[in-house]
Design a protein around this ligand. Sequence first.
Ligand code: BMA
Length: 373
Amino acid sequence: MKHLLPLFALCLILLGCAPQESKTASPQHNADAEALLTKLASIAAEGKTMYGHQDDLMYGHTWRIGPDETAYDRSDIKMVCGDFPAVVGFDLGGIELGDERNLDGNVFAQIKAAALAHYARGGIVTYSWHPRNPLTGGDAWDVSSKEVVASILEGGANHEKFMGWLKNLADFIASVQTADGKKIPAIFRPWHEHTGSWFWWGRNLCTVEQYKDLWAMTYNYLVKERGLDNLLWAYSPNTGVMYDGFMERYPGDGYVDIIGFDCYSSLAPGRKKHSDFRNSIRYGLGMVTMACERHHKVPALTETGIEGIEFDKWWTNALYKGIDGFNIAYLLTWRNAPDRPEHYFGVFPGQASADDFNDFCKLDKILNLNDIR
Ligand code: BMA
């Protein structure tokens, strides 16, 4: 028995030294992007969640930034809770054609300035992209043809044209640099909500392989050819699928840093209960959590909200009860369109749920800009 002890000890030592489960491949990152990823991962691990709002510095429910405004200090959210959101989203739809303004009327030069201002304050920037339809000339929602993705992949009739679109996108992202020439780290979330079929890259509009090829082509051009190593890549299906469907078009660990999902609340007939939303959120975040554990990625709720926030206690009662207990680095509510009075997803002064939003922000879990810098 005695002589077995050293052998036993040796086994223990060897087991102790055995490599941990190896971290899977990740996109290429510079030091700032890697630091951002680490920050997101630790916020999520602590059970905290940053609040984010789309276009927060560009306009609000009743205002739009003027052509000469340079402070980027107006924000519907700040006017209600006294702080900017930790995460601000910007959409790059329109950059592909070299437009001066994006699809929602924001001047790209001001998007750049706003992103830099938010970054300089210690905030986190995320880009979405609703590019036009490269086959028909329609918008991102033009689903009249199932040949669009096929036509822009290598060998397709629109390949060269689309690579030109990616060039314009890459030029813009590369131009978002600090005064000392540093590309700011940012989350990039292309080809989103692809498990639905309302965008030309959606589920019924291309095959699994075509979708993955589209992602890889986008990544390879931006990162490998153009050296955009400042981006964290976010994969964001929408609700309405089970785990297999959620991950069916996952482009692969080497192309993704963040896995999230987009989930909206609706009071449309048939979905009248806020508990439906809570359940959808919890169901989706269950999938996000499982995917992130399996693939070693950072979880997020990449888009959410309820248009018009008709429920005064939506923040603490519907949203918080949906995310409570889940580790997600951030959540992002959609925009407050100044030209569509009913189209808002964030609060503003006088909005019925403003007090509840303040209660939501006071919760330990929820972080705004001052909490993360
Ligand atoms: C949608 C709506 C549209 C907008 C688009 C891109 O959900 O808000 O009005 O053009 O997002 O921001």
